[in-house]
Design a protein around this ligand. Structure first.
Ligand code: COA
Ligand code: AMP
Length: 636
């Protein structure tokens, strides 16, 4: 059967407002939309102005009112603790109401910010939804970030309350959160009034100060009060959440997501892109700290009436490389969405896929991959071993949903390995040279999206309208800059080749090398440094730091390198996976003093490279190559 993609895309292109007005009918609005798109609001226009709504109402209440009360909403499967808990839509609504009343008592109301610093547990989802219910703006911080990163976010979001857990659990260790929270609060200028802490039995935190409130007791008290907390009507254009993501400096960007456009886009995507029907089980094996977790563990499945899996574990080691197959068969997962790195990890442990045959995967239809480039080897392996279509799709924290993909629900298009397929309705993708001229098909350039961005994409950065403009809109007027480079082929298939900034992608996690350099520069013995992302078979990329040590320092390189590694782990967090530091005598630079990071990376990855015309001293590149070779890394 021919795909309905072309008709859908052309329909959108010929009348975007009509397309998005039709999609908006799937959402319950408290007061109707006045303008589907208002070009005069915001930096590039705003969607669904005049309407009021509530995201929690659309995720929970309406499903309970319309017969889904007994359907599982979330299944929390934690191989790391050996527990499983299911919440039906009805039960989840009750928990969210209770938590909302606790938050209300802590003074949280419409427009207030709440930071959520929690592992993959039901309470993280409840906290997000309770904020949405009250019209408060949540900001989830990934548990793998350290206190310093949390402090940056506290100062930017200025939350009234932080909701945390006593610990996260990694396969090799328990991660107590309270010391990081304490450190963050002591570092930040802004102090949250209260911290609501969920105690986990694996590590109970001492709630030693009046700022800390025990979540279980507060919930118990609120439950016995039984107060009803209705959904607060918010503007469609009001922020639902802020999600911080790496920018080119240590100061992360606070991506803002609105309520109305977000719901419409995510709801539309569940059938059109992921091809799941309400009632089916959808699993995004990510973390609520990332955008994939926001969109596809929490909001999209619940908006659409699906059952979502909240998985606390890893693709390997919890307990083995068969965990994913167990979850799929046990919970009858119809579609799985994860990062390619998870499959590379499974493939490394179980290259024959022999654990797959232990499980009944007959209900499993499609595997979706995103978050980093999906290498053809991984796709082919997954296709062969699982016998289902493997769909790569490309998007960013900023967009919140697919820019380019293969819309299975509209009818699958042929897969081209290495390509996330084609632009989704809502996105006109162009490839421009640095001067802003369109390049020919097949030629590499800057990938941009013609404004306006569709519903669901960021309207701005949190209290940083100018930074939003400078980072995304200024370089190519009339377009949103994705900061990815790539090309479009003769069939309009997109190929994403590299970032155009200093962002690297480590195990599907987005990190700023500039941010790491800022941290390393604090080391008293480091004169200068450069961090680059080098290719890694498992994680896609890993960071490698090159440091030049001050003259006159009489400590060993090894000692200093270990300290630099510790500094990055302590300041940014273990998620940076920063484990490689190489001391060099000098760094290669242009005559104007710019460090040639791109050339260093090509040398490290064994790619072809050209001697930059502007290089100051070509001999330094040989020194870098020798330094890499001395660590067993490739050289060209
Ligand atoms: N809290 C605390 N620490 C965390 C953490 C969290 N939530 N998540 C990761 N870390 C730590 C890890 O324990 C590890 O620490 P270590 O250096 O002491 O070993 C470090 O951060 C790096 O973590 P990660 O990059 O996840 O590597 P890993 O070796 O633990 O696992 C994979 C490798 C490939 C199995 C894993 O990265 C994975 O499953 N990735 C899935 C990708 C994903 O979910 N991407 C999100 C976007 S879709
Ligand atoms: P994040 O904001 O963490 O989702 O990271 C977004 C970035 O990850 C993109 O700008 C790309 O560089 C990269 N990325 C995400 N998905 C893909 C994909 N399918 N193919 C290639 N790169 C991807």
């Amino acid at each position: 059967m021919e795909s309905g993609y072309r008709a859908a895309y052309d329909g959108w292109a010929s009348n975007p407002e009509q397309f998005w007005a039709a999609a908006a009918e799937a959402i319950d609005w408290f007061t109707p939309i006045e303008r589907v798109f208002d070009p005069d609001q915001g930096a590039y226009g705003r969607w669904y102005s005049g309407a009021t709504t509530n995201t929690c109402y659309n995720c929970l209440d309406r499903h309970v009112e319309r017969g889904r009360a007994d359907q599982p909403a979330i299944i929390c499967d934690s191989p790391i603790t050996g527990t499983q808990t299911t919440y039906t839509y009805g039960a989840l609504l009750e928990e969210v109401k209770t938590l909302s009343s606790v938050l209300q008592d802590l003074g949280v109301g419409r427009g207030d910010r709440v930071i959520i610093y929690m592992p993959m547990i039901a309470e993280a989802v409840m906290s997000m939804l309770a904020c949405a219910r009250l019209g408060a703006i949540h900001s989830v911080v990934f548990g793998g970030f350290a206190g310093h990163e949390l402090a940056t976010r506290i100062d930017d979001a200025t939350p009234r309350v932080i909701i945390g857990a006593s610990c996260g659990i990694e396969p090799n260790r328990i991660v107590p959160y309270k010391p990081m929270l304490d450190e963050a609060i002591s570092l930040s200028e802004h102090k949250p009034e209260k911290c609501l802490i969920l105690q986990r039995e694996q590590h109970v935190a001492e709630l030693d100060d009046a700022r800390y409130v025990d979540m279980a007791s507060a919930m118990q008290a609120a439950r016995s009060e039984g107060r009803d907390v209705p959904c607060v009507a918010v503007e469609a254009t009001d922020p639902l959440y802020i999600l911080y993501t790496s920018g080119t400096t240590g100061q992360p960007k606070g991506v803002v997501r609105d309520n109305g456009g977000h719901m419409v886009a995510l709801h539309w995507s569940m059938k059109a892109i992921y091809d799941v029907n309400p009632g089916e089980v959808f699993w995004a094996a990510s973390d609520v700290g990332w955008v994939v977790g926001h969109s596809y563990i929490v909001y999209a499945p619940l908006l659409h009436g699906n059952t979502s899996i909240v998985f606390e574990g890893k693709p390997v080691g919890t307990p083995d490389a068969g965990t994913f197959w167990r979850v799929i068969s046990e919970h009858k997962v119809a579609a799985l969405f994860t990062a390619p790195t998870a499959f590379r990890a499974i493939k490394k442990e179980d290259p024959q896929g022999s654990l797959i045959s232990k499980y009944d995967l007959s209900g499993f239809r499609t595997l979706f991959l995103a978050g980093e480039r999906a290498d053809p080897d991984t796709i082919e392996w997954a296709q062969e071993k699982l016998g289902v279509p493997v769909i790569d799709h490309w998007w960013q924290t900023e967009t919140g949903w697919t820019i380019a993909g293969n819309p299975v629900g509209l009818g699958m298009l042929p897969v081209k390995l290495g390509s996330p397929t084609v632009a989704m309705p809502g996105y006109e993708i162009c490839v421009l040279d640095d001067a802003g001229h369109a390049v020919e098909k097949g030629s590499l350039g800057n990938i941009v999206v013609k404004l306006p961005l569709p519903p669901g994409c960021l309207p701005t950065l949190w209290q940083a309208e100018e930074r939003f403009h400078d980072a995304y809109l200024a370089e190519f007027p009339g377009y949103y800059k994705t900061a990815d480079a790539g090309y479009v082929d003769e069939d309009d298939y997109l190929f994403i080749m590299a970032r155009t900034d200093d962002i690297i992608n480590v195990a599907g996690h987005r990190l700023s090398t500039g941010g790491m350099e800022e941290v390393i520069a604090y080391h008293r013995d480091v004169a200068e440094c450069a961090v680059i992302g080098i290719a890694d078979d498992l994680k896609g990329q890993i960071p490698a730091g090159f440091v030049v040590i001050n003259s006159g320092v009489d400590r060993t390189n090894d000692e200093i390198e270990k300290e630099v590694i510790k500094l990055v782990r302590d300041q940014i967090g273990p998620v940076a996976a920063f484990k490689l530091v190489i001391t060099v005598a000098r760094l290669p630079k242009t005559r104007s003093g710019k460090i040639l990071r791109g050339t260093m990376q090509k040398i490290a990855d064994g790619q072809e490279w050209k001697m930059p015309a502007t290089i100051d001293d070509p001999a330094i590149l040989d020194e870098i190559a020798d330094a890499l070779a001395s660590r067993g890394l490739k050289r060209a």
